[in-house]
Design a protein around this ligand. Structure first.
Ligand code: NDP
Length: 292
């Protein structure tokens, strides 16, 4: 059984990105600049944004944080997006979700300049994703297929079962796997909370990709002997045995499932590190797209 080391692969990708940044600097070109927007005072959002800035620094990108109060009016927030959309020195930006309820998510997403939309939220970029040839891919599905490619796991001709159909993970991941490409060419089944005979369908998967947000729900009886299991879920659950009082786990019950697998991603250290790295890859691409 092979444990897919997402951290190691993510570090390798980061080294490659850092190498490209060095080349840009030597050529006197501007380095990529990623901005992050936070509205309100959510601690988890701040921690995530800080970790993005740290990752940017590691590879030599500029980063900046735009922090607005939770009471900011929708119109004013959209005006601030205009500023970012028109600032030639910012290549891409992310908006930390969720936004306060009085700000329309739909209006915000449609307001983002598609060429700076490194989180791939804009309808134009989602349309391009459907048609093939997208400028940006949503970071988690991108990280998942890239992790598989770099681990020598080809979905070509295989039956991939994707658990979860969210707009940011399950649906785009299924599209990428079905795409005519070297990270696709799979036969794809999408499952969700209304799927009947879920266990039986999962047990037919050559590659089972799980993004359901249900801690350790996928037990060994969901998995075919010799399958590959990619666990995208990430949770912090109480654990009295741990000094911290909690432990991190995925949607898959790792210990019992791993015994049946040909390959599996651990949590933490699997898909997670690749997500952030793919945000950096999107930012690098945005820099190439916006400032030739
Ligand atoms: P969502 O809650 O948006 O979507 C969950 C999906 O799973 C839905 O389609 C839902 O079905 C389906 N689902 C929920 N319960 C069941 C069930 N019992 N049986 C079958 N299907 C079920 O979650 P996300 O897509 O945003 O995230 C999924 C997981 O991935 C989470 O654990 C999240 O923390 C993790 N994640 C990890 C990232 C990383 O970097 N590693 C990044 C982003 C997310 P329905 O549509 O019918 O409601």
């Amino acid at each position: 059984m092979k444990v897919i080391d997402g951290k190691k692969i993510a570090n390798k990708v980061k080294d490659e990105i850092a190498g490209k940044v060095q080349e840009m600097m030597k050529a006197g070109q501007p380095v990529p600049h990623l901005a992050a927007i936070i509205v309100g005072d959510d601690g988890a959002a701040k921690t995530y944004v800080d970790s993005i800035c740290k990752a940017c620094k590691e590879v030599g990108f500029f980063s900046s944080i735009y922090h607005y109060p939770a009471e900011i009016k929708e119109a004013e927030f959209l005006q601030n997006l205009d500023f970012l959309n028109n600032d030639d020195e910012i290549d891409g930006y992310i908006i930390q979700m969720p936004l306060p309820k009085h700000i329309s998510m739909e209006k915000v997403v449609e307001h983002v300049n598609p060429k700076k939309d490194v989180d791939c939220f804009h309808p134009t970029n989602n349309g391009k994703l459907l048609l093939g040839g997208a400028d940006f891919l949503p970071a988690t599905p991108y990280g998942t297929v890239e992790l598989m490619r770099r681990s020598g796991i080809s979905p070509k001709g295989k039956h991939c079962v994707v658990l979860g159909r969210s707009n940011i993970v399950g649906k785009p991941l299924a599209l990428l796997l079905a795409e005519k490409s070297d990270t696709g060419d799979a036969t794809v089944t999408i499952c969700h909370s209304r799927t009947q005979n879920l266990k039986e369908i999962c047990a037919t998967a050559d590659i089972l990709l799980v993004a359901i947000g249900q801690p350790e729900m996928i037990t060994a009886d969901y998995v075919k002997e010799g399958a590959t299991v990619i666990d995208i879920g990430i949770h912090r659950i109480p654990d009295e045995k741990s000094e911290k009082g909690y432990r991190i786990c995925g949607d898959v019950k790792y210990d019992e499932v791993a015994k049946k697998c040909e390959a599996i991603t651990p949590v933490p250290g699997g898909v997670g590190p690749m997500t952030m790295t793919c945000l950096l890859l999107n930012t690098l691409h945005a820099r190439e797209l916006n400032r030739k």
